[in-house]
Design a protein around this ligand. Structure first.
Ligand code: AMP
Ligand code: ZN
Length: 137
């Protein structure tokens, strides 16, 4: 299994750094985030080192998402969450700080402080059409 000796999440997988594990199987592990956005905020990772969403293989991605869904269901049941956000940051430009692929499972509660970081407003139709062309040409 691919490991990076300088990666803090690989060190968690190897038991070299402590973590509070909430779910684990052969290919994935989920542990509580040390800087929780809300109570129960969990980081779900493949045990093998993959840098990010663009480089992880489909099998490892699928296994990680399956564990994320299990964690989400448990948080819903046990923490009385009213909803769950799954977040993945891919690349430093998108706030990724640990370069071992992970999915954040963030339970949501009535009146918690989290807000969308952008204000949804209708897009420019021509710009949307031009972007569609760039993505599909
Ligand atoms: P990201 O910014 O998407 O790369 O998220 C990395 C996350 O890992 C952050 O939410 C950190 O709080 C969390 N984190 C970093 N080190 C640890 C650790 N040793 N144990 C648990 N969570 C960690
Ligand atoms: Zn790693």
């Amino acid at each position: 299994m691919a490991q990076d000796p300088d990666c803090i999440f690989c060190k968690i997988v190897a038991g070299e750094l402590p973590s509070l594990v909430v779910a684990e199987d052969d290919d994935t592990v989920a542990f509580l985030d040390v800087n929780p956005a809300t109570p129960g905020h969990t980081v779900v990772i493949p045990k093998a080192h993959h840098r990010d969403l663009l480089t992880i293989d489909d099998d490892a991605l699928q296994a990680t998402l399956a564990t994320a869904r299990r964690v989400a269901a448990t948080a819903s049941d046990r923490l009385d969450a009213v909803g769950i956000n799954l977040v993945n940051n891919c690349g430093a430009g998108a706030w990724q700080t640990v370069f071992h692929f992970h999915v954040h499972v963030i339970p949501r509660y009535e009146d918690d402080p989290l807000r969308l970081p952008w204000v949804p407003t209708p897009g420019d139709r021509d710009e949307i059409t031009a972007t569609h062309a760039r993505l599909t040409a």
